[in-house]
Design a protein around this ligand. Structure first.
Ligand code: ZN
Length: 488
Protein backbone atom coordinates (compact mmCIF):
# COMPACT_ATOMS: atom_id res chain seq x y z
CA UNK A 1 0.00 0.00 0.00
CA UNK A 2 2.91 2.35 0.78
CA UNK A 3 6.31 2.05 -0.84
CA UNK A 4 9.25 1.15 1.37
CA UNK A 5 12.50 3.10 1.01
CA UNK A 6 13.87 0.26 -1.14
CA UNK A 7 10.81 0.44 -3.38
CA UNK A 8 11.04 4.23 -3.73
CA UNK A 9 14.75 3.93 -4.62
CA UNK A 10 13.93 1.21 -7.14
CA UNK A 11 11.25 3.41 -8.71
CA UNK A 12 13.77 6.23 -9.16
CA UNK A 13 16.25 3.75 -10.69
CA UNK A 14 13.61 2.51 -13.13
CA UNK A 15 12.70 6.00 -14.23
CA UNK A 16 16.31 7.09 -14.70
CA UNK A 17 17.28 3.84 -16.49
CA UNK A 18 14.28 3.63 -18.80
CA UNK A 19 13.78 7.33 -19.55
CA UNK A 20 17.26 8.91 -19.62
CA UNK A 21 15.98 11.33 -22.26
CA UNK A 22 13.50 12.83 -19.77
CA UNK A 23 14.85 12.10 -16.34
CA UNK A 24 18.16 12.39 -14.49
CA UNK A 25 19.11 11.54 -10.94
CA UNK A 26 20.46 14.31 -8.70
CA UNK A 27 22.32 12.79 -5.70
CA UNK A 28 22.15 14.89 -2.53
CA UNK A 29 23.64 14.57 0.98
CA UNK A 30 23.11 11.17 2.56
CA UNK A 31 20.76 10.94 5.53
CA UNK A 32 21.94 10.79 9.15
CA UNK A 33 21.92 6.97 8.99
CA UNK A 34 23.79 7.03 5.67
CA UNK A 35 20.93 6.36 3.28
CA UNK A 36 21.27 7.92 -0.18
CA UNK A 37 18.85 10.78 -0.85
CA UNK A 38 18.10 11.39 -4.52
CA UNK A 39 16.25 14.10 -6.35
CA UNK A 40 15.10 13.85 -9.96
CA UNK A 41 15.02 16.34 -12.76
CA UNK A 42 12.32 15.94 -15.39
CA UNK A 43 12.47 17.88 -18.62
CA UNK A 44 12.14 17.33 -22.35
CA UNK A 45 14.49 18.99 -24.82
CA UNK A 46 17.37 21.37 -24.18
CA UNK A 47 17.92 24.99 -23.31
CA UNK A 48 19.66 26.74 -20.45
CA UNK A 49 18.23 28.76 -17.57
CA UNK A 50 14.74 27.33 -17.75
CA UNK A 51 12.25 28.25 -15.09
CA UNK A 52 12.22 25.58 -12.38
CA UNK A 53 9.84 24.08 -9.86
CA UNK A 54 10.98 21.96 -6.90
CA UNK A 55 8.52 19.45 -5.40
CA UNK A 56 9.47 17.92 -2.04
CA UNK A 57 7.76 15.10 -0.14
CA UNK A 58 8.32 12.90 2.88
CA UNK A 59 10.05 15.53 5.01
CA UNK A 60 7.91 14.27 7.89
CA UNK A 61 8.28 10.53 8.28
CA UNK A 62 4.74 9.42 9.18
CA UNK A 63 3.17 11.30 6.24
CA UNK A 64 3.47 8.23 4.03
CA UNK A 65 1.25 9.18 1.08
CA UNK A 66 3.20 12.00 -0.50
CA UNK A 67 6.47 10.34 -1.57
CA UNK A 68 4.36 7.75 -3.40
CA UNK A 69 2.22 10.43 -5.05
CA UNK A 70 5.30 12.38 -6.20
CA UNK A 71 7.15 9.42 -7.71
CA UNK A 72 3.92 8.33 -9.42
CA UNK A 73 3.53 11.84 -10.82
CA UNK A 74 7.04 11.57 -12.32
CA UNK A 75 6.01 8.37 -14.11
CA UNK A 76 2.69 9.90 -15.20
CA UNK A 77 4.39 12.96 -16.71
CA UNK A 78 6.99 10.89 -18.55
CA UNK A 79 4.30 8.55 -19.87
CA UNK A 80 1.89 11.34 -20.87
CA UNK A 81 4.67 13.21 -22.68
CA UNK A 82 5.84 10.19 -24.62
CA UNK A 83 2.49 8.72 -25.54
CA UNK A 84 0.90 12.15 -26.19
CA UNK A 85 -2.16 11.29 -24.16
CA UNK A 86 -2.55 14.25 -21.81
CA UNK A 87 -3.15 13.70 -18.10
CA UNK A 88 -6.32 13.16 -16.13
CA UNK A 89 -6.97 12.59 -12.44
CA UNK A 90 -10.68 12.12 -11.83
CA UNK A 91 -12.32 15.20 -13.34
CA UNK A 92 -9.09 17.23 -13.56
CA UNK A 93 -7.61 17.13 -17.03
CA UNK A 94 -4.62 18.47 -18.95
CA UNK A 95 -4.25 18.28 -22.71
CA UNK A 96 -1.37 16.84 -24.73
CA UNK A 97 -0.27 20.41 -25.36
CA UNK A 98 -0.40 21.32 -21.64
CA UNK A 99 1.90 18.40 -20.82
CA UNK A 100 4.21 19.27 -23.67
CA UNK A 101 4.58 22.87 -22.51
CA UNK A 102 5.29 21.86 -18.93
CA UNK A 103 7.90 19.30 -19.98
CA UNK A 104 9.51 21.43 -22.70
CA UNK A 105 9.70 24.79 -20.96
CA UNK A 106 10.39 23.92 -17.31
CA UNK A 107 12.89 22.00 -15.22
CA UNK A 108 10.73 19.93 -12.87
CA UNK A 109 12.82 18.98 -9.83
CA UNK A 110 11.43 16.35 -7.47
CA UNK A 111 12.69 15.16 -4.11
CA UNK A 112 10.09 12.44 -3.45
CA UNK A 113 11.40 11.31 -0.07
CA UNK A 114 13.44 13.91 1.81
CA UNK A 115 13.68 11.93 5.08
CA UNK A 116 14.26 8.23 4.28
CA UNK A 117 15.52 7.32 7.79
CA UNK A 118 12.29 8.56 9.30
CA UNK A 119 10.16 6.69 6.77
CA UNK A 120 12.11 3.50 7.44
CA UNK A 121 11.60 3.95 11.18
CA UNK A 122 7.83 4.26 10.59
CA UNK A 123 7.53 1.30 8.21
CA UNK A 124 9.97 -1.27 9.63
CA UNK A 125 8.71 -4.21 11.65
CA UNK A 126 8.21 -3.00 15.20
CA UNK A 127 8.60 0.61 14.02
CA UNK A 128 6.84 3.71 15.35
CA UNK A 129 3.93 4.63 13.05
CA UNK A 130 3.74 8.09 14.64
CA UNK A 131 7.37 9.16 14.03
CA UNK A 132 7.70 12.62 12.45
CA UNK A 133 11.37 13.72 12.60
CA UNK A 134 14.68 12.42 11.22
CA UNK A 135 16.83 9.96 13.21
CA UNK A 136 19.48 12.27 14.70
CA UNK A 137 20.99 10.93 17.92
CA UNK A 138 20.82 14.02 20.15
CA UNK A 139 23.87 14.02 22.46
CA UNK A 140 23.23 14.17 26.21
CA UNK A 141 19.65 12.95 25.91
CA UNK A 142 17.81 9.70 25.32
CA UNK A 143 15.52 11.41 22.81
CA UNK A 144 16.20 11.09 19.10
CA UNK A 145 15.30 13.18 16.10
CA UNK A 146 15.27 16.71 14.74
CA UNK A 147 12.31 18.12 12.82
CA UNK A 148 13.83 18.95 9.43
CA UNK A 149 10.92 21.32 8.79
CA UNK A 150 11.90 23.44 11.83
CA UNK A 151 15.64 23.30 11.15
CA UNK A 152 16.00 25.72 8.21
CA UNK A 153 17.83 29.02 8.50
CA UNK A 154 14.79 31.24 8.87
CA UNK A 155 13.89 32.68 12.29
CA UNK A 156 15.56 29.53 13.62
CA UNK A 157 14.98 28.78 17.32
CA UNK A 158 12.17 31.30 17.66
CA UNK A 159 9.71 29.02 19.40
CA UNK A 160 5.97 28.44 19.05
CA UNK A 161 3.27 25.76 19.44
CA UNK A 162 5.07 23.22 17.21
CA UNK A 163 8.56 24.73 17.19
CA UNK A 164 10.50 23.67 20.30
CA UNK A 165 14.00 23.55 21.75
CA UNK A 166 13.36 20.39 23.77
CA UNK A 167 14.36 17.23 21.85
CA UNK A 168 12.06 15.18 24.13
CA UNK A 169 8.91 17.24 23.44
CA UNK A 170 6.06 15.09 22.21
CA UNK A 171 5.26 17.70 19.53
CA UNK A 172 8.33 16.30 17.68
CA UNK A 173 9.14 19.84 16.59
CA UNK A 174 12.75 19.98 17.83
CA UNK A 175 14.69 22.65 15.94
CA UNK A 176 18.13 20.97 16.15
CA UNK A 177 21.55 22.16 17.29
CA UNK A 178 22.23 24.66 14.49
CA UNK A 179 20.36 25.98 11.44
CA UNK A 180 20.66 23.34 8.71
CA UNK A 181 22.46 20.95 11.08
CA UNK A 182 20.44 18.15 9.43
CA UNK A 183 21.25 16.79 5.96
CA UNK A 184 17.51 16.33 5.33
CA UNK A 185 16.85 20.09 5.56
CA UNK A 186 20.23 21.12 4.15
CA UNK A 187 19.37 19.34 0.90
CA UNK A 188 16.66 21.95 0.24
CA UNK A 189 19.23 24.70 0.65
CA UNK A 190 21.60 22.86 -1.72
CA UNK A 191 18.97 22.42 -4.42
CA UNK A 192 17.98 26.09 -4.24
CA UNK A 193 21.62 27.20 -4.43
CA UNK A 194 22.53 24.93 -7.31
CA UNK A 195 19.51 25.34 -9.58
CA UNK A 196 17.06 27.89 -10.81
CA UNK A 197 13.97 27.36 -8.63
CA UNK A 198 11.09 29.76 -9.30
CA UNK A 199 8.39 27.79 -7.50
CA UNK A 200 8.72 25.44 -4.53
CA UNK A 201 6.29 23.16 -2.75
CA UNK A 202 6.78 20.99 0.32
CA UNK A 203 4.04 18.34 0.41
CA UNK A 204 2.82 17.36 3.89
CA UNK A 205 -0.23 15.70 5.47
CA UNK A 206 -2.96 16.20 6.66
CA UNK A 207 -5.91 18.69 6.76
CA UNK A 208 -6.54 19.60 3.09
CA UNK A 209 -4.77 22.95 3.00
CA UNK A 210 -2.79 24.92 0.42
CA UNK A 211 -0.32 26.98 2.45
CA UNK A 212 2.05 29.88 1.81
CA UNK A 213 4.20 32.28 3.90
CA UNK A 214 4.50 33.54 6.46
CA UNK A 215 4.78 31.06 9.31
CA UNK A 216 6.54 33.03 12.05
CA UNK A 217 4.02 35.91 12.16
CA UNK A 218 0.79 37.10 10.55
CA UNK A 219 1.26 38.58 7.07
CA UNK A 220 0.66 42.27 6.24
CA UNK A 221 1.12 44.16 2.96
CA UNK A 222 1.56 47.78 4.01
CA UNK A 223 4.69 48.22 6.19
CA UNK A 224 7.94 46.99 4.57
CA UNK A 225 10.05 47.58 7.68
CA UNK A 226 10.97 46.32 10.18
CA UNK A 227 11.11 42.87 8.62
CA UNK A 228 12.41 39.51 9.84
CA UNK A 229 16.04 40.41 9.12
CA UNK A 230 16.10 42.70 12.15
CA UNK A 231 14.27 40.37 14.58
CA UNK A 232 16.01 38.37 17.30
CA UNK A 233 16.50 34.68 16.58
CA UNK A 234 18.43 31.75 17.99
CA UNK A 235 17.53 32.19 21.70
CA UNK A 236 14.71 29.67 22.22
CA UNK A 237 12.34 32.53 22.95
CA UNK A 238 8.98 33.44 21.40
CA UNK A 239 8.67 36.00 18.61
CA UNK A 240 9.92 39.42 19.77
CA UNK A 241 8.14 41.80 19.55
CA UNK A 242 5.14 39.52 20.01
CA UNK A 243 2.88 41.70 17.85
CA UNK A 244 5.21 41.69 14.85
CA UNK A 245 3.52 41.20 11.48
CA UNK A 246 5.71 40.28 8.52
CA UNK A 247 5.57 42.26 5.29
CA UNK A 248 4.73 40.74 1.93
CA UNK A 249 4.54 42.97 -1.17
CA UNK A 250 0.95 43.17 -2.50
CA UNK A 251 2.16 41.78 -5.86
CA UNK A 252 3.47 38.65 -4.13
CA UNK A 253 0.32 38.35 -2.05
CA UNK A 254 -1.74 38.48 -5.26
CA UNK A 255 0.44 35.85 -6.89
CA UNK A 256 0.15 33.51 -3.89
CA UNK A 257 -3.62 33.90 -3.76
CA UNK A 258 -4.06 33.42 -7.50
CA UNK A 259 -1.80 30.40 -7.83
CA UNK A 260 -3.09 28.71 -4.66
CA UNK A 261 -6.68 29.24 -5.85
CA UNK A 262 -5.88 27.48 -9.14
CA UNK A 263 -4.28 24.62 -7.21
CA UNK A 264 -7.39 24.27 -5.04
CA UNK A 265 -9.61 24.47 -8.16
CA UNK A 266 -7.70 21.61 -9.80
CA UNK A 267 -7.95 19.50 -6.64
CA UNK A 268 -11.70 20.17 -6.42
CA UNK A 269 -12.11 19.07 -10.04
CA UNK A 270 -10.77 15.57 -9.20
CA UNK A 271 -13.62 14.47 -6.91
CA UNK A 272 -14.88 17.54 -5.10
CA UNK A 273 -12.52 17.91 -2.14
CA UNK A 274 -12.23 21.51 -0.90
CA UNK A 275 -8.68 22.48 0.00
CA UNK A 276 -8.53 25.69 2.04
CA UNK A 277 -5.96 28.49 1.52
CA UNK A 278 -4.05 29.58 4.62
CA UNK A 279 -0.77 31.07 5.70
CA UNK A 280 1.52 28.75 7.65
CA UNK A 281 1.03 30.94 10.74
CA UNK A 282 -2.75 30.40 10.53
CA UNK A 283 -2.39 26.60 10.64
CA UNK A 284 -1.25 26.60 14.27
CA UNK A 285 -2.44 30.11 15.04
CA UNK A 286 1.07 30.76 16.28
CA UNK A 287 4.71 31.19 15.43
CA UNK A 288 6.08 28.40 13.22
CA UNK A 289 9.73 28.88 12.24
CA UNK A 290 12.56 27.17 10.39
CA UNK A 291 10.17 25.74 7.79
CA UNK A 292 11.31 24.95 4.28
CA UNK A 293 8.63 27.14 2.69
CA UNK A 294 9.42 30.30 4.66
CA UNK A 295 13.15 29.71 4.22
CA UNK A 296 12.85 29.27 0.46
CA UNK A 297 10.66 32.36 -0.02
CA UNK A 298 12.77 34.49 2.37
CA UNK A 299 16.08 33.82 0.60
CA UNK A 300 15.78 36.77 -1.79
CA UNK A 301 14.95 39.13 1.08
CA UNK A 302 17.81 37.96 3.30
CA UNK A 303 20.13 38.16 0.28
CA UNK A 304 18.87 40.44 -2.53
CA UNK A 305 21.38 38.87 -4.94
CA UNK A 306 19.27 35.68 -4.95
CA UNK A 307 16.29 34.91 -7.16
CA UNK A 308 12.81 35.09 -5.70
CA UNK A 309 11.11 31.73 -5.25
CA UNK A 310 7.40 31.46 -4.55
CA UNK A 311 7.10 28.76 -1.89
CA UNK A 312 4.02 26.73 -1.00
CA UNK A 313 3.16 23.80 1.23
CA UNK A 314 0.29 21.34 0.83
CA UNK A 315 -1.38 19.43 3.65
CA UNK A 316 -2.88 16.47 1.80
CA UNK A 317 -5.81 14.33 2.89
CA UNK A 318 -8.64 15.00 5.35
CA UNK A 319 -8.61 14.92 9.12
CA UNK A 320 -10.51 11.66 9.71
CA UNK A 321 -10.78 12.33 13.43
CA UNK A 322 -8.16 9.63 14.00
CA UNK A 323 -4.48 10.57 13.76
CA UNK A 324 -3.19 7.33 12.35
CA UNK A 325 -5.77 6.98 9.60
CA UNK A 326 -5.30 10.65 8.73
CA UNK A 327 -1.56 10.20 8.21
CA UNK A 328 -1.81 6.69 6.77
CA UNK A 329 -5.28 6.00 5.36
CA UNK A 330 -6.07 2.39 4.45
CA UNK A 331 -6.81 3.56 0.90
CA UNK A 332 -4.53 6.47 -0.06
CA UNK A 333 -5.31 6.25 -3.79
CA UNK A 334 -8.04 8.97 -3.97
CA UNK A 335 -5.91 11.37 -1.93
CA UNK A 336 -2.90 10.75 -4.15
CA UNK A 337 -5.03 11.74 -7.15
CA UNK A 338 -5.95 15.02 -5.41
CA UNK A 339 -2.29 15.63 -4.61
CA UNK A 340 -1.08 14.92 -8.13
CA UNK A 341 -3.75 17.22 -9.60
CA UNK A 342 -2.69 20.02 -7.23
CA UNK A 343 0.94 19.49 -8.20
CA UNK A 344 0.22 19.52 -11.94
CA UNK A 345 -1.74 22.76 -11.48
CA UNK A 346 1.26 24.23 -9.68
CA UNK A 347 3.65 23.04 -12.39
CA UNK A 348 1.41 24.59 -15.03
CA UNK A 349 1.32 27.87 -13.08
CA UNK A 350 5.12 27.86 -13.09
CA UNK A 351 5.18 28.31 -16.85
CA UNK A 352 5.44 31.94 -17.85
CA UNK A 353 4.61 32.29 -21.54
CA UNK A 354 6.00 35.77 -21.97
CA UNK A 355 9.18 35.04 -20.09
CA UNK A 356 9.65 31.83 -22.03
CA UNK A 357 9.42 33.52 -25.40
CA UNK A 358 11.40 36.53 -24.21
CA UNK A 359 14.26 34.87 -22.38
CA UNK A 360 14.53 31.32 -23.59
CA UNK A 361 14.33 32.35 -27.22
CA UNK A 362 16.72 35.23 -26.49
CA UNK A 363 14.46 38.07 -27.50
CA UNK A 364 15.76 40.06 -24.54
CA UNK A 365 14.63 40.66 -20.99
CA UNK A 366 10.97 40.99 -20.04
CA UNK A 367 11.71 43.14 -16.99
CA UNK A 368 10.30 46.40 -18.48
CA UNK A 369 6.97 44.65 -19.13
CA UNK A 370 6.95 43.18 -15.65
CA UNK A 371 7.69 46.59 -14.10
CA UNK A 372 4.91 48.26 -16.09
CA UNK A 373 2.48 45.53 -15.06
CA UNK A 374 3.47 45.68 -11.37
CA UNK A 375 3.33 49.47 -11.17
CA UNK A 376 0.26 50.18 -13.28
CA UNK A 377 -2.02 47.14 -13.15
CA UNK A 378 -1.33 45.31 -9.89
CA UNK A 379 -2.33 48.21 -7.57
CA UNK A 380 -6.01 48.15 -8.57
CA UNK A 381 -8.51 45.32 -8.36
CA UNK A 382 -9.62 45.97 -11.93
CA UNK A 383 -5.99 45.93 -13.10
CA UNK A 384 -5.45 42.61 -11.34
CA UNK A 385 -8.53 41.28 -13.13
CA UNK A 386 -6.84 42.00 -16.46
CA UNK A 387 -3.70 40.14 -15.39
CA UNK A 388 -5.91 37.24 -14.36
CA UNK A 389 -7.61 37.27 -17.78
CA UNK A 390 -4.29 36.99 -19.58
CA UNK A 391 -2.75 34.37 -17.28
CA UNK A 392 -5.83 32.18 -17.52
CA UNK A 393 -5.24 31.65 -21.24
CA UNK A 394 -1.45 32.00 -21.56
CA UNK A 395 -0.63 28.31 -21.39
CA UNK A 396 -2.84 27.51 -24.36
CA UNK A 397 -1.55 30.49 -26.35
CA UNK A 398 2.05 29.50 -25.70
CA UNK A 399 1.26 26.01 -26.95
CA UNK A 400 0.00 27.37 -30.25
CA UNK A 401 2.99 29.68 -30.63
CA UNK A 402 5.56 26.98 -29.92
CA UNK A 403 4.07 24.46 -32.31
CA UNK A 404 4.33 26.83 -35.28
CA UNK A 405 7.68 28.31 -36.32
CA UNK A 406 6.15 31.29 -38.16
CA UNK A 407 4.04 32.17 -35.10
CA UNK A 408 7.11 31.86 -32.85
CA UNK A 409 9.00 34.37 -35.01
CA UNK A 410 6.07 36.78 -35.01
CA UNK A 411 5.66 36.47 -31.25
CA UNK A 412 9.33 37.29 -30.76
CA UNK A 413 9.27 40.36 -32.97
CA UNK A 414 6.06 41.62 -31.35
CA UNK A 415 7.53 41.06 -27.91
CA UNK A 416 10.63 43.06 -28.85
CA UNK A 417 8.41 45.93 -29.97
CA UNK A 418 6.33 45.76 -26.77
CA UNK A 419 9.55 45.81 -24.78
CA UNK A 420 10.73 48.98 -26.53
CA UNK A 421 7.37 50.60 -25.92
CA UNK A 422 7.48 49.53 -22.27
CA UNK A 423 10.96 50.93 -21.68
CA UNK A 424 9.72 54.32 -22.97
CA UNK A 425 6.29 53.71 -21.60
CA UNK A 426 5.47 57.34 -20.81
CA UNK A 427 6.81 58.68 -24.14
CA UNK A 428 6.76 56.35 -27.15
CA UNK A 429 3.33 55.90 -28.68
CA UNK A 430 1.85 52.80 -30.22
CA UNK A 431 1.57 53.19 -34.00
CA UNK A 432 -1.27 52.10 -36.26
CA UNK A 433 1.18 49.52 -37.69
CA UNK A 434 1.85 48.11 -34.20
CA UNK A 435 -1.87 47.71 -33.63
CA UNK A 436 -2.36 46.02 -36.99
CA UNK A 437 0.51 43.55 -36.32
CA UNK A 438 -0.79 42.78 -32.84
CA UNK A 439 -4.37 42.21 -33.91
CA UNK A 440 -3.37 40.02 -36.86
CA UNK A 441 -1.18 37.91 -34.63
CA UNK A 442 -3.91 37.46 -32.02
CA UNK A 443 -6.51 36.69 -34.68
CA UNK A 444 -4.35 33.90 -36.06
CA UNK A 445 -4.12 32.46 -32.53
CA UNK A 446 -7.87 32.83 -32.13
CA UNK A 447 -8.54 30.82 -35.27
CA UNK A 448 -6.47 27.97 -33.82
CA UNK A 449 -7.92 28.05 -30.28
CA UNK A 450 -10.17 25.20 -29.21
CA UNK A 451 -11.48 26.51 -25.88
CA UNK A 452 -14.22 29.16 -26.22
CA UNK A 453 -12.73 31.04 -23.21
CA UNK A 454 -9.50 31.53 -25.15
CA UNK A 455 -11.30 32.86 -28.23
CA UNK A 456 -13.37 35.16 -26.05
CA UNK A 457 -10.30 36.48 -24.21
CA UNK A 458 -8.59 37.28 -27.52
CA UNK A 459 -11.69 39.10 -28.81
CA UNK A 460 -11.77 41.23 -25.68
CA UNK A 461 -8.07 42.07 -25.89
CA UNK A 462 -8.40 42.95 -29.59
CA UNK A 463 -11.35 45.26 -28.95
CA UNK A 464 -9.18 47.22 -26.52
CA UNK A 465 -6.16 47.13 -28.82
CA UNK A 466 -8.15 48.77 -31.62
CA UNK A 467 -8.58 51.87 -29.46
CA UNK A 468 -4.91 52.06 -28.48
CA UNK A 469 -3.28 53.71 -31.53
CA UNK A 470 -1.44 56.94 -30.74
CA UNK A 471 -1.28 56.20 -27.01
CA UNK A 472 1.64 55.33 -24.75
CA UNK A 473 1.87 52.00 -22.92
CA UNK A 474 1.45 53.91 -19.68
CA UNK A 475 -1.79 55.52 -20.87
CA UNK A 476 -3.14 52.17 -22.10
CA UNK A 477 -2.39 50.35 -18.85
CA UNK A 478 -3.70 53.22 -16.72
CA UNK A 479 -6.98 53.07 -18.61
CA UNK A 480 -7.18 49.29 -18.14
CA UNK A 481 -6.48 49.66 -14.42
CA UNK A 482 -9.71 51.67 -14.20
CA UNK A 483 -11.96 49.63 -16.49
CA UNK A 484 -13.78 46.49 -15.49
CA UNK A 485 -12.22 43.31 -16.85
CA UNK A 486 -14.82 41.03 -18.39
CA UNK A 487 -15.34 37.71 -16.66
CA UNK A 488 -14.94 34.67 -18.85
ZN1 ZN B 1 4.43 17.46 7.88
Amino acid sequence: MYRTIAQLDAAIDTLVDTRPDLCIRVPLNNSIEGRPINALRLRAGGGENRRGILIVGGMHARELMNPDAIIELAFDLAQAYTSETGLSYGGAEWSVLDVRIMMETLDIWMLPCANPDGRHHVMKTGGDWNWRMNRRDNPGTTCEGVDPNRNCDFMWRVIGPTTVCNPCSNTQGFVGRLPFSEPESQNIHLLCDAHRIDVFVDVHSFSEFVLFPWGHAPTQTTQPLPNFTSLLMGFCRPLDPPGHQEFMPPTDQLKYQTVATRVADAIRAVRGRNYVLKTIYQVYNGTTTGTTSDYVYSRHIANPALRKTFAFAFETGPNTGDVRSSFQPADPEPIKLDTKAGLVALIQQSVCAIEFIGETLQAGTVQPLRDARDELLVPTEKGRGWIELVTSVQSELLGMVLTDKALTRRAMSLLLRVQKLSVARGKATVSAGDIKDGIEFLESLKSRATRPEVREAISIINRHLKKAAGQTVEAILKKLAKSNPPTL
